[in-house]
Write a new protein. Structure first.
Length: 105
């Protein structure tokens, strides 16, 4: 089952996960070319798969990190049009806090 584990990240943490599967909660900036804004405000390029349906303002992209600013999409979860991105970023950062390592690793 471990092969299906994916860590939630923001744009600042992408470089640490090159070649790995991650979850990136983000705001769509350009849907056609898939430029998104991560929870920490950083812009990330997403390589879409042909069946991609990014229909909402906020989405969670599940994909493989290609480099520090690019994710190759495997799947996308639409999250609606109202999401507190500061709260999302706080949760992402808490998952990396050593005090909570047993919960998220």
């Amino acid at each position: 089952m471990a092969e299906h584990v994916s860590t939630r990240v923001n744009s600042a943490r992408l470089a640490d996960y090159k070649g790995q599967t991650v979850r990136l909660t983000c705001k769509t900036i350009k849907g056609e070319s898939a430029i998104v804004e991560a929870s920490d405000g950083g812009q990330v390029s997403v390589k879409l798969h042909r069946d991609a349906h990014m229909t909402d303002t906020y989405v969670e992209v599940i994909g493989t990190v290609l480099d520090e600013s690019t994710v190759k999409m495997m799947a996308c979860i639409n999250l609606g049009s109202d999401l507190d991105m500061q709260l999302v970023n706080d949760v992402v950062e808490l998952t990396f806090d050593p005090r909570f390592s047993k919960m998220f690793r």
